[in-house]
Design a protein around this ligand. Sequence first.
Ligand code: THU
Length: 134
Amino acid sequence: MTRTDPIDWTALRTEAHRLAEKAYVPYSRFSVGAAAITSTGEIVRGCNVENVSYGLTLCAECGLISDLVARGAGELEALVVVSGSGEYCSPCGRCRQILIEHAASGALIQTAEGPQRLVDLLPDHFDVTRLEDG
Ligand code: THU
């Protein structure tokens, strides 16, 4: 199934902000929430989950991708990531790679400057075609 409705960015932002309120952030106090509409029309979500062993922290986008795969919800079509203040949050480098693996072609992320293509967040990224070079 492929969704054809226009993207409701306001609803995605509201949902991402709601998720940020659920974040477990006792160490940084920096909450992040993520929400996306997928190719099946489902909404998938994530929030960051920190750990006393700081490097084990799970970013909000990782939680969202886990939700996507567990639901069998297809591919990302439109994504919003916000901090606890509701401002757009730019995904970290690791999350960019993880998001792109599950993005539909033409998938978008909302930014303060407007929607941007997810693939453009990580030019020359490592993808499956590179495995053939080995
Ligand atoms: N964080 C995310 O959840 N996603 C990102 O893309 C950037 C950083 C979280 C990790 C940590 O819990 C907090 O923000 C501060 O780095």
